[in-house]
Design a protein around this ligand. Structure first.
Ligand SMILES: [Fe+2]
Length: 414
């Protein structure tokens, strides 16, 4: 009886905290408030005109929130601290009374992947297990800041984000806990997960070369490194070095070639730029298609999305480094938070997301590749051909990220 009451109280309290501290703003100054039964989510805007950019599918609209631990938060800090301590005390009592099934019916997610990319899997999980999934979406920076600020009082059981560099950072900040799971070890190849099991890849994104089919023959292309050769002078467009995708690519090049050789390569890229670095890679591909430059580097899902919208563009994918280390791959992935309330259910969800059943949903929805080797990519993605992946552990993208940023700065890649 007491257990049941505590469970009910804690769940309400936890969702109140999840809900009450958020005020959202999507697009213009629309304020959203969230009750315990809803989630803060975003809607992926669909491009309407040829001049409108295709947004980043990982996260589009920004949802702003006010944390009680931040200036401007709605709840006075002292009251919130008392409230949080009270909650913690109640939660401890629940454990003492043997409430081992507390929260068994619910998992709370902080996600840097937008609702459209995650909700289908959560619905399938709930249908199969009866466990509810609540989620909040935001960019990875605010989510990590929120997890840090909330500490042991966080309502989040799991963090979902993109790029190994971001997951590595979350683990370094002590925000994630190791998960021992034979299922995850089987479903997720070793090079796509943290060696200490604090995060696991759930989909693979391939960062590859996109070229203008009217100006470049596939036989002209070979490797990322070869784009630094003089034959590409004035022909290369790249997204800004500020994007973590390029930082991870360069970090992986440092892991393979060392700093000095990688710096030579990046200087070669900069010398070959047709135009200054661009804010996004869809724009870079459109510049390639328009003949402003001949070649760029992009995640293949951006190519897939652009070609779905404009199939006549003279663009094609080239899989580089096939004679060597393979195509640079990165991940979207997840980890269970250090202070998760419901580790068993969160582990079950993580295992489900890596399963054959969920993998197609998770990868196909964004034209990515499944991590689970038993699962085939979507036919539209498979049509781009098979390729060898670089199997250096993606954790290097995090470990060498700051070195990569400094190196790109020295090389003049802005
Ligand atoms: Fe992206």
């Amino acid at each position: 009886m007491l257990n049941a009451w505590l469970k009910k109280y804690l769940n309400k309290n936890r969702m109140d905290r999840l809900a009450g501290n958020f005020t959202g703003k999507i697009g213009r100054t629309t304020r959203l408030s969230m009750d315990a039964a809803t989630v803060v989510s975003t809607t992926m805007p669909q491009p309407e005109s040829p001049t409108q950019e295709i947004p980043d599918p990982d996260f589009t609209d920004t949802v702003y929130y006010r944390s009680p631990l931040r200036p401007g938060g709605k709840t006075p800090r002292l009251i919130q601290r008392f409230f949080n301590q009270y909650t913690t005390a109640i939660f401890s009592c629940a454990i003492l009374f043997g409430a081992s099934t507390s929260h068994a019916e619910q998992v709370v997610i902080y996600s840097a992947r937008i609702e459209q990319l995650i909700k289908p899997m959560f619905d399938a999980f709930t249908k199969e297990t009866g466990i509810d999934v609540k989620f909040v979406t935001d960019k990875e920076g605010p989510l990590l800041a929120r997890l840090k600020a909330e500490g042991k009082n966080t309502p989040a059981d799991m963090l979902i984000t993109v790029d190994a560099g971001n997951l590595w950072e979350a683990a370094q900040e002590g925000l994630l806990r190791p998960v021992e799971s034979k299922t995850l070890e089987t479903n997720v190849p070793a090079y796509l997960r943290d060696p200490q099991n604090r995060w696991f890849g759930l989909s693979v994104r391939a960062r590859t070369i996109i070229y203008n089919t009217q100006k470049v023959k596939p036989s002209d292309l070979s490797t990322y490194e070869a784009l630094a050769e003089p034959q590409w002078k004035g022909r290369l467009c790249l997204r800004t070095s500020k994007k973590v995708y390029n930082q991870s690519l360069v970090a992986m090049m440092i892991a393979e070639h060392g700093t000095a050789r990688t710096e030579e390569i990046i200087k070669g890229w900069v010398a070959n730029f047709a135009i200054d670095p661009l804010s996004d890679e869809t724009k870079a591909m459109e510049f390639v298609a328009a003949g402003r430059c001949d070649v760029t580097i992009a995640n293949s899902y951006y190519y897939g999305r652009l070609m779905q919208k404009k199939p006549a563009l003279p663009l094609a994918i080239f899989w580089p480094n096939q004679e060597g280390s393979g195509v640079h791959v990165n991940i979207s992935g997840a980890g269970i938070t250090k202070y998760a309330h419901n580790v068993p259910a969160a582990t079950r969800l993580l295992e489900f997301l890596s399963s054959e059943k969920a993998q197609n949903l998770f990868a196909d929805v964004n034209m990515e590749y499944p991590v689970n080797p038993k699962v085939k990519p979507d036919p539209a993605v498979a049509a781009w051909g098979t390729f060898k992946q670089n199997t250096i552990n993606v954790t290097k993208a995090g470990e060498l990220q700051s070195e990569a940023v400094k190196l790109m700065d020295r090389a003049g890649y802005r």
